[in-house]
Design a protein around this ligand. Structure first.
Ligand code: NCC
Length: 276
């Protein structure tokens, strides 16, 4: 299969991937108490469109980047999991419009998901790794982490904060884009939050800047900018097909290689700005 170039890759992504979230009318949830807590409309209906957006990876290479002001100048900023801004404003900014979290974060005691103020600003979006071909009922009965229990608890404590759950079909649609554009078979695990959040923002924004997903000259084995933990697998991947994700994003980048090198910055067009 010939590898697609930038514009065709972008159009294929727009054509074959839909950012879907669970809504209260969806089977099997509509018959459950959960339905009363799910948003009535999908995320893409409620949010945006934004002009410019920043996706802030949690990479250690953001440390000492001084990118905070640039990141905050965007109309919307997406952050991941337990990534803080407090104490790191100079490097990562302070604005959080959307926080994308995996179900492990919601479930683990370390992250104090239900009580920490880290999660209480902005819009929350959660996802759970579901098996490749599972339908919603199969997934609901066997989630990777207890995403629904934790979602319901959180909603009871913070009923006014917007909180969406990604449809697992979205994960696997993105995964399929990676696989179809790679020569070798990739692991059947969902893409990292980084790529999922990037595609999510491409559907809400006219232009998306992704920071330190493709590492800059500050590349380091420091896993996260907010923790003293070193592991190269954080940048290169183990469970997630991260290296393949980065290869794909590199091929879609409309910014310069210098932007990657100096600022760790990728520029992607929003889906609304593509002429396919
Ligand atoms: O590490 P994590 O991701 O929270 O990082 C968010 C996204 O930033 C990109 N990243 C991160 C570090 C790095 N050195 N380089 C990067 O490019 C990745 O795109 C990453 O997705 C996840 O994807 O949800 C992940 O979550 C963690 C963990 O669950 C949370 O941080 C909560 O502690 C996973 N780590 C473990 O399971 C141990 C990680 O594999 C992926």
């Amino acid at each position: 299969r010939p590898k697609l170039r930038g514009p065709e890759l972008l159009c294929q992504l727009k054509d074959k991937v839909e950012v879907m979230t669970l809504t209260s009318d969806l089977q099997p949830f509509s018959a459950l108490p959960l339905a009363a807590q799910l948003p009535p409309k999908p995320l893409t209906y409620d949010l945006g469109p934004y002009k410019s957006c920043a996706v802030v990876s949690s990479a250690g290479s953001l440390r000492y980047s001084g990118l905070g002001k640039e990141i905050d100048s965007h109309d919307a900023v997406l952050r991941f999991n337990a990534a803080p801004t407090s104490g790191y404003e100079k490097d990562v900014g302070s604005k959080t419009t959307i926080r994308l979290i995996n179900s492990q974060v919601m479930a683990s005691d370390d992250h104090r998901f239900l009580s920490s103020s880290l999660y209480s600003s902005g819009v929350l979006v959660a996802w759970d790794p579901a098996p490749f071909s599972a339908d919603l009922s199969q997934w609901y009965n066997r989630t990777d982490y207890p995403i629904f229990t934790q979602y319901q608890r959180y909603r009871r404590l913070h009923p006014l904060q917007p909180f969406y759950i990604l449809h697992p079909r979205f994960e696997w649609q993105v995964w399929q884009r990676i696989q179809d554009n790679m020569a070798e078979p990739i692991q059947k695990n969902p893409p990292s939050s980084g790529l999922l959040g990037t595609v999510l923002m491409m559907s809400l924004c006219e232009v998306v800047h992704v920071y330190e997903f493709l590492p800059s000259r500050r590349k380091t084995e420091l896993c996260h900018y907010y923790q003293r933990f070193y592991d190269a697998a954080c940048t290169l991947g183990a469970y997630h097909p991260l290296l393949y994700e980065k290869n794909l994003v590199k091929r879609m980048n409309q910014g310069s290689d210098r932007d990657i090198y100096t600022r760790g910055r990728i520029t992607l067009p929003g889906f609304s700005k593509l002429n396919c």
